[in-house]
Design a protein around this ligand. Sequence first.
Ligand SMILES: [Zn+2]
Ligand SMILES: [Zn+2]
Length: 192
Amino acid sequence: MSTVGYIYPCPQCGAHLSGPFNGCAACGYSFGHLVAPTSPEAQNKMADHKQLLTRGTISLGGKPESNASFDYYGVANLTDLVRFTITYGHRSQVSSGPGRTPSDVIAAFVPEIIGSGVSRYTTDYQPCSGLCIISPASTKWGHPFPVLDKWVTSKFAGQTASCFRCGDPTPFAQPVCPKCYGELGNDWRNCL
Ligand SMILES: [Zn+2]
Ligand SMILES: [Zn+2]
């Protein structure tokens, strides 16, 4: 599928990349640590985001607002979801608390459900179709997690972005506009 002309930055060195992400030739950055974390810190975070599969439930787990877990589809497709997000996702930063350095994030919704989430405001599980990668360049902290629409809307309020294919404005973390998704067969994997 044509992605000619679309350029995005390497999460580690900022080099201009084109085509579906498979690693950065300039700095050697790859995405393996995001799919299968190697540090204990990132492994714990990933375990938290698989609790629906391992424990059969999702809890807030001490988080103030919401928490989300991958479902089977999300886990089975994690490599491609991470590649899709690095390639087409929108870049921003989130604060992890007062006085702490903001962390880089890349977020992208796909037109499929990849997990479920709970929030302080609802008692039932809400579907997640967004992936967020936090600290993508960090082998210690970097990990992907599924996100609720509500989380994205509140974290990135007022930030807009554009469709990677036609350049039309889109909501933050929506990398493809509805018209272009239709022309791509409504399948995010056709972009890889
Ligand atoms: Zn690089
Ligand atoms: Zn478009």
